[in-house]
Design a protein around this ligand. Sequence first.
Ligand code: NIG
Ligand code: FE
Length: 401
Amino acid sequence: MSGLLLNNIASLYDPRDGERSGPLSILIEDGVISCIGSCAKIGNGVEVVDCSGLLAIPGFVDCHTHLLFAGSREQELYMRAAGRPYLEILESGGGIHNTVASVRAASEEELFGNGMRYLDQALTLGVTTVEIKSGYGLDFTNEEKMLKVCRRLDEAHPVDVVPTFLVHTVPKDRDRTDYLHEVEKRMIPAFRSLADWFDIFLEKGVFSLAESERLIEAAKREGYHIGFHTNQVNDLGGVGLAVRCGARHVNHLEVLTDEDADLIRRTDGLYPVFLPAAEGFVFSDHVGQFHKVRDLRERVVISSDFNPGSSPVLSPLFIITYTVLRYRADDPRLLINAYTANPAEMLYLSDRGRIAPGKKADLVLLDLAAVDQIPYLGTFDVIRYVIKNGSLADTGHQRKK
Ligand code: NIG
Ligand code: FE
């Protein structure tokens, strides 16, 4: 048996049971939390860590990322800063297409190396589970390459990886009708063994409502779970489609009518996912309609949307701070729920996202006095320990004894 005993924790926050003041200890056995409160060390194989002064929260579950890519696109940030819209850069052949060129040119090994480096960053920042989308290959070989690399990353890296097949846009070199046909008849069936999740970018100039519905239905027939990009710049009816097709999540929601917000509220099992950084970094005129669904305390979700274009950010603590600023979100506990237990349940990973006996020991220990300080001082160097599957991760930030 391997074990870890976290001693003298000043306080902890669990998204469902709330806060507990310490001093507390957490005993972890074989990667699972076995005791919270006053736990005794059992046997010699148990490492003891002093956590005095620290606040424990669950490891972050980043449920919407495009973490696997090659190249970088910083020039587009300054183009957008100077006033060029995100969708116009895409239409003119840049944006996603730039990353597609880099991903196609990269070998599987290069891509794997990039993924490992970004996952190292993610873990250091407190992310213990991450969803990663394909969508920068845009042909059979390169989409397959991306999804295979996602599987390899899951095996090779401590951070758990959830791969998603994303139909991101029509490649520049293909006829639209042909491409849609190939996605439906060849890619969707073939990639089912590599991914449990299916996503599509429903947006004006990218995929229409009818095209999205057709591909989502094909994906459902293969047994994928559905979650998709919608209502980012334009409202094309994505929320209605999500309800019709039994989607698990809808992402972006910068333009969201009151009726659609009510529809989300009434649809049990449909999670609204907000991506505030992707609003900021594209200088969006819209603001995610978080306030319309914030009463869904166990369903509202936030995520980094980490990608080389619209959101070059991986830090949950930064995103949480930015969520307060952008959405005037005034409840730090809700924001922790939205980055831990809620996305875990959304992804059908209810073994994590909590600090409770029997749950996976994925934890972050912060040098902060209280949950209220997370969005307030979280962008300081406050992460003292990250624990993944009951093992201390090497974040480079451990306390010097
Ligand atoms: O979630 N909106 C579409 N896709 C990504 C951006 C991808 C990119 O620009 O590379 C997003 O914002
Ligand atoms: Fe995205």
